[in-house]
Design a protein around this ligand. Structure first.
Ligand code: ZN
Length: 126
């Protein structure tokens, strides 16, 4: 009986401690698990970004090759600068248009990024 009472006392006094320890252990385990899955997410995003980057580079390279091919077509044509045939005029016009479109897109992208940074900065100050 004395031993039994001692056991109950021990259990009673130890129970909340064990519970607390177990709880913090579980919280720690959950946190580690969350971090693991977060890490996996980041790694996945990184691989997605890398593959997008690779694709974009491939497209850019293809684009460059096509432009070069078109320029060569113009250079190897029977016509000459100042007196271009209809086909070459169209090619040159499309090349020029593409260049200006690319530039304006880059400029607007840059402006948008700057605008967002300004907004974020003003939010931080406020
Ligand atoms: Zn021509």
């Amino acid at each position: 009986m004395k031993n039994f009472l001692k056991l109950i006392q021990q259990t009673e006094s130890n129970y909340p401690v064990i519970n607390q320890q177990e709880l913090s252990h579980r919280i720690r385990e959950n946190a580690v698990h969350d971090l693991d899955s977060l890490c996996a997410d980041f790694q996945h995003m990184q691989s997605v970004i890398k593959s997008i980057q690779r694709n974009y580079e491939a497209v850019l390279e293809e684009n460059k090759q096509l432009k070069l091919m078109l320029k060569n077509l113009v250079n190897n044509c029977y016509c000459w600068p100042g007196n271009r045939c209809d086909r070459c005029q169209q090619i040159l016009k499309s090349l020029l248009r593409e260049n200006t479109e690319e530039r304006s897109k880059a400029v607007s992208d840059h402006q948008e990024i700057v605008e967002q940074l300004r907004k974020r900065q003003s939010r931080v100050k406020a």
